[in-house]
Unconditional design. Sequence first.
Length: 220
Amino acid sequence: MTPLSSKIIDLREELKRKFPGSVPLPAPEAAQPVEARPQMPEVIKGGITEIVGDWLSSGVGLVQAFLIEENARRGQWMGLVDGRDAFDPWSIAPEALSKLLWVRCHEVKQAVRAADLLLRDGNLETVLLDLQPHSARDVFSVPSSSWHRLRMLAEKSGVALCVSTPCATVPCAASRLLLQHRFQIGDQDEPRPELLATLMHGVARQSRSANSLRLAATAP
């Protein structure tokens, strides 16, 4: 059986060929302790979780950072399809970057194709598809058939697909999180755990599946 690390290397090479902007992040210089986190919403294994934030300040980035760092803490690989080349790696704990595949895209259709490839590969525990920085019009341009295809691929591979959007878009999402908080510029000086706790108080959940993995706040 081929080791997972070898499969990830092969996947990186395939991403380089099909998506020249895909960047394999370097290993961190030194591991830092991962802070305890507040309890976060569930993500669906083998299905789609849609994270809706209609404002850029609604906290989508906080949720994504938590998911990336939590998966790394568990020793799991994650794929991030950056739909508008907006991801800031400096906002993530250094040790989490060594378990992340970052695919940099600029268009919605390109990002959806990249997510399709990662799901078909099946070697990642979780795939984040970030379309939230795009306009609602661009995101709505994705046909329903494409979303159903991604759902079937996630179901077949057992991968958790998290899609962040500016408005409720994914027709076959098993779970939907509506981020209703509005952060201000001054909030960026607050500790991340406090921001996450504040954010979670303003989340509305719409769930259609009990087959979920809840990411709880646990100290390393």
